[in-house]
Every structure is written in structure tokens, then in C-alpha cells.
Design a protein around this ligand. Structure first.
Ligand code: HXC
Length: 542
């Protein structure tokens, strides 16, 4: 284990160092070893050499070591296996590289321990061979044993071709550890260069994946294979760049324009998370009054029920210091998920976004929400849910795309979650989507509604068309009859009071009081404990 400093010790083979008594510290052979050690460290630290480092910088990328130094608190990095050498390969004549193209070790982020690896693209393209993988495996094992988050900075050409099947086996060892660590310690991946082939599956199994715009890409098969097999021309960026994975595939949870901002964002995320599943997330007092009221919220919901508004106004209003770390902000934007704090405590927020597709639940939104809910539940993060949902997205595209399976994931994830669960129904809460969005009926602890809430089986027009169809059709003026029935239905059902009478809503609250009510509920739910039946594991509809 090496503790680096900016100033490496000066080893002079002509004048051995003295200890504090003035006596010579070492015999000459030991001194020789000191010289060798320094040389080996320098060699390892130099990576693939000045030219390749310059190439890395020319592409707008930091080196593996620069990334580590930026990620960790200054001077906290303790490196392992600097001297571990690559196995060479089966082709003959391959050069042996100390450190084998990856930096591994541990250090702190704002004083909390984390373990990491950082692949060095300047050494054999950061490709992963046996020794490289063993180094990563060692820090992953330490992370689980001590209960600390694990962060992987990926910049690699994938399996080292010269090591053949050994490098594939090596990936298997990492995949195994990803799965065994899942739900035990937070695992975070940053893609800061290539990540191709089966190598993508390690980041995909971690909890959060970051990508850097214009310099990172992920795909199972690259543009050349695409061209050969399906005769389609496509660029690296269009096939698997950060833009595609943040907005279309949902693979990337965070996208940042460069390495520096990416690393800062990882540090920010870590600050919301506990170190392991036996701990609570770190408490941080932002000095925001617990009972702060926001009268503007009383006017957030428009009078016209079909008019959109921005749910982020409510989110920013209630959270401590208006600080919200949104996850997957470009993917399935009709559902907002992310982390914030209430009274200093980390919470996971899930909210329909009426400003996008009227906040409807579709397949992508369901999967996005389900994965986030499961992360929060695994790591003791209470769930807060803001509801304004007109229903599930209709149409053959969604039905044939499996909205039944995907919607079931969100339902399953909420029901399974045993962390404190609080819901505020802001406006629409219709049909199955009402149930799925953390309703009382699926185990939420506290359910509030604003006076503007509409809780019913169907929206007023759809409901009137079904239940008054004969009357409307036989009327002299069917449109006027429909409007009349719609108004009648709205007055009767499209409010929170029927649900409150039945006890499905714990209280209809004034919007301005939302923050204070949430914090009080979180305080009393702190000791919540749920006993679950013994089983190997449930069978979530994947
Ligand atoms: C050995 C590799 C390598 C690899 C790159 N290099 N990838 N060496 N095994 N997988 C070496 C190159 O030979 C080169 O060495 C140096 O790294 C830099 O690579 P360049 O090609 O010069 O860089 P660049 O032009 O930026 O292209 C990067 C790249 C390309 C797109 C990643 O190198 C590439 O296509 N590599 C192969 C990718 C691949 O097919 N990997 C296997 C994927 S399958 P020199 O000495 O010339 O500088 C996989 C399976 C995982 O990973 C299975 C898990 C179950």
C-alpha cells in the first residue's frame, strides 16, 4: 500500500539517508531496493508515457490519476497494487506494465471512505486483463467488508485481446462482485471514454451510471459490427454516446459536459447516500426552517384542470435550500426522480411532471421510477411522492411495448418498499395510476391531498361518456348534455373529500404547509420497522 505525496521522496544512491539519531538508517542492499522501488513507482505512475498522456489531454480527457485526485479529498488517496504487473498475453512479446492499466485504492469524499478504480487508457487502451481485474476485485471486496461505496471510473478498450479467454473470465469475476454487492453498498460507474462489448454490463449493474458528453460511449456492438451485420452507417456518438444513453435508452443517470464536472457531480451524489445498507444517509443541516411556509404554492395549480404547470416549483419550494439532485433528468421526463433533503434528512422524491405528456405514466417512466424506488428502499432513503397523474398512457405502442409488465414494476417496487413512504396528491390521481403512485392501498404510511386533488376512477369527461352514454345520445343536444354530466361528475368525484371521508387520505392540507407536514411525518416515521416474510427473493416482473 502506498501513501503518495506530491513530493516523492528523494532517493540518492550516493548518500544513504540518516535516521533521527544521525546514524545511517539502511544497509546498502536495502538502499538499492529503495532506489528500485522509487523507479518502479515512477514507471507505474507514468502510465503509457508522455505522448499517450498528451493524446489523452488532447481529447479533452483527464488521466486516470488526475481523475482520482479530483474525486477524493486532497491527500486522502491510499493506492494498492502499484507494483502488480500484467500477465503479458498469449501472442508473445507483449510488454509487462506495472499497475496493468488501472489505478485502485481508497480515500475519502468529504471525510467518508470510498473505494475506487480508475482505468488508464494510456496503458494498452485501459484494456482489462487478469491482473487488472484482480486489482479491481480486491478493492470491491474491501468495500463490501468495511461497508463503503464503490466507484469505478471506466476508460477502456474492453477485454484485453492478447489475454484471450482469461480476460473474459476476468470480467466474470467483476460481474459476480457487482451482483453480490448490490443492495449492500452503493455502486457508482462513470464512463469517461470507451466502454464496449460485454464490458458495459458491469456499469449497467451498478446503481448509477455517469457519462461525459462527447468523450464517452457505450455499446454492446460497435459501428463496424452494425455496418457488417445490418448494413447501417452510424457514428459512435449516435450509437452509444452520452446524449443517446441519457435521453433514449435510459442507461445513463447523469450526463456532464466534461471530466471535471462529472467528478464533482459524483461527489455531490455520494453526499446524499449512506455508506452501506445498515446505515442511514448522512444528515446535513442546511439551516432551512422546518416549518417554513410558501404561500405561492396555494396558487401553483391552475384553475383549468387541463393546463400544465411545472412540478419542479413544488419540489424546489419544499426541499431544504431548494437543493434537488435530479436522476435521469433527460429520460422519461414525465416522471421526476431524485434526491433532496427535508429537515436535513435525505429523501428520494418521485413526482409526476404535468408539464411533460400531462404527467402520464408510460413504460419508460414506470421503469425509471421502479429502479429509483428500489435503490431508495435498499439504502434506507425515505420516499416522498407528489402525484398529478391522469392515468397510464393509452395506445398500441405502449400496450405492445409491455406497459403491463413495466407498470407492474413500479407497483411492485412501491409495495415492496419498507422505508417511510409519504404521498401528496396535488391534482389528478385517476384509476390504476392513482393506486400505483404510492397510494394508501399499497402501503404508503401517510397520504396527504391538496384541496385541488381529483381522486377518482376516471377523468370527468371519460367517466361521463361511459356512465351517461345512453342519456347523452338520446339528448337533443348531446354536446351540452355531455358538458352538463361532466360538470356534475367533477363536482361529485373530482375532489379529495370523498377519499378523505373514507380515510384513504390522512388529511387535506393547505399547499403552503406542505414542507412542514412532510417533515413532521418523516420525524415520527423514523423508527418505522416492517417485518417481511421469509423467502429467497420475490419475483419482480422484470
Ligand atoms: C488490447 C487494446 C484494446 C483491447 C485498445 N487497445 N483496445 N489492446 N485489447 N481490447 C490498444 C490499442 O491496440 C492501442 O495500442 C491502444 O490500446 C489505444 O487504442 P487505439 O485504437 O489507438 O485508440 P482509439 O483510436 O481511441 O480507439 C479506441 C477503441 C479501439 C475504439 C477502444 O482501440 C478499439 O476498437 N479497441 C478494441 C475494442 C474491442 O473490440 N474490445 C473488445 C470488446 S468485447 P497501441 O500500442 O497501438 O497504442 C469485450 C468483451 C467483454 O470487451 C466481455 C465481458 C463478458
Amino acid at each position: 500500500m502506498e501513501k503518495p505525496s506530491d513530493q516523492p521522496p528523494q532517493v540518492n544512491s550516493q548518500s544513504p539517508p540518516k535516521d533521527c539519531s544521525g546514524a545511517t538508517s539502511f544497509e546498502w542492499p536495502v538502499q538499492d531496493n529503495l532506489v528500485s522501488l522509487q523507479k518502479m513507482r515512477d514507471q507505474a505512475r507514468g502510465g503509457g508515457g508522455t505522448k499517450r498522456v498528451e493524446q489523452q489531454h488532447a481529447r479533452g480527457k483527464l488521466t486516470a490519476r488526475e481523475r482520482v485526485n479530483l474525486l477524493l479529498d486532497e491527500g486522502s488517496f491510499e493506492e494498492f497494487d502499484v507494483l502488480k504487473a500484467g500477465r503479458g498475453g498469449h501472442l508473445g512479446g507483449e510488454k509487462e506494465h506495472l499497475s496493468d492499466g488501472v489505478i485502485t485504492g481508497h480515500g475519502t469524499i468529504d471525510g467518508r471512505e470510498i473505494f475506487l478504480f480508475s482505468q488508464d487508457f494510456t496503458v494498452i487502451g485501459g484494456s482489462l486483463g487478469e491482473a487488472h481485474s484482480e486489482k479491481i476485485g480486491k478493492v470491491m471486496d474491501h468495500a463490501v467488508r468495511v461497508g463503503a461505496p464503490f466507484i469505478g471510473l471506466n476508460d477502456s478498450g474492453g477485454a484485453r485481446i492478447q489475454e484471450g479467454v482469461d480476460s473474459l473470465a476476468a470480467y466474470g469475476q467483476i460481474f459476480n462482485r457487482n451482483v453480490m454487492s448490490s443492495g449492500v453498498i452503493p455502486q457508482i460507474s462513470a464512463i469517461m471514454g470507451p466502454c464496449a462489448g460485454g464490458a458495459v454490463y458491469s456499469p449497467a449493474m451498478t446503481d448509477f451510471t455517469f457519462m461525459v458528453g462527447n468523450s464517452s460511449y457505450m455499446f454492446v456492438t460497435g459501428p463496424n459490427v452494425v455496418k457488417t451485420i445490418i448494413h447501417q452507417d452510424i457514428s459512435f456518438e449516435d450509437l452509444g454516446g452520452a446524449g443517446v444513453h441519457s435521453s433514449k435508452s435510459g442507461v445513463a443517470h447523469f450526463v456532464l459536459p466534461n471530466d471535471i464536472l462529472c467528478i464533482r457531480e459524483i461527489r455531490r451524489l455520494i453526499n446524499y447516500l449512506p455508506s452501506n445498507n445498515m446505515q442511514k444517509p448522512p444528515f446535513l443541516d442546511l439551516r432551512d426552517p422546518l416549518d417554513r411556509k410558501d404561500p405561492a404554492l396555494n396558487y401553483l395549480v391552475p384553475v383549468n384542470p387541463n393546463q400544465p404547470y411545472d412540478m419542479k416549483v413544488l419540489i424546489n419550494s419544499v426541499l431544504d435550500g431548494a437543493e434537488f439532485l435530479e436522476v435521469q433528468s433527460h429520460f422519461a421526463r414525465n416522471l421526476i426522480v431524485g434526491f433532496g433533503r427535508l429537515g436535513g434528512q435525505t429523501i428520494g422524491l418521485i413526482a409526476n411532471q404535468p408539464a411533460v405528456l400531462a404527467g402520464v405514466l408510460d413504460s419508460n417512466a414506470s421503469v425509471k421510477g421502479a429502479r429509483f424506488v428500489r435503490f431508495c428502499d435498499a439504502f434506507n432513503v425515505p420516499l416522498i411522492c407528489f402525484v398529478d397523474v391522469p392515468g397510464f398512457m393509452p395506445g398500441p405502442e405502449q400496450e405492445h411495448g409491455g406497459i403491463i409488465r413495466h407498470g407492474a414494476k413500479l407497483l411492485y417496487a412501491f409495495i415492496e418498499a419498507s422505508v417511510p413512504r409519504i404521498t401528496v396528491i396535488v391534482r389528478k390521481a385517476y384509476g390504476g395510476a392513482y393506486i400505483v403512485m404510492n397510494s394508501k392501498h399499497i402501503g404508503a404510511d401517510i397520504n396527504y391531498a391538496w384541496p385541488t386533488a381529483e381522486i377518482a376512477v376516471l377523468g370527468p369527461r371519460g367517466a361521463a361518456e361511459v356512465i351517461y352514454r345512453k342519456e347523452i345520445q338520446s339528448s337533443a343536444d348531446p354536446m351540452a348534455a355531455l358538458t352538463e354530466k361532466e360538470d356534475y361528475y367533477r363536482k361529485t368525484f373530482a375532489n379529495p373529500f370523498l377519499a378523505a371521508k373514507r380515510g384513504y387520505i390522512d388529511d387535506v392540507i393547505f399547499p403552503q404547509d406542505t414542507r412542514g407536514r412532510l417533515i413532521r411525518s418523516l420525524q415520527f416515521l423514523e423508527g418505522k420497522h416492517v417485518k417481511k416474510p421469509t423467502r429467497k427473493h420475490g419475483n419482480i416482473p422484470l
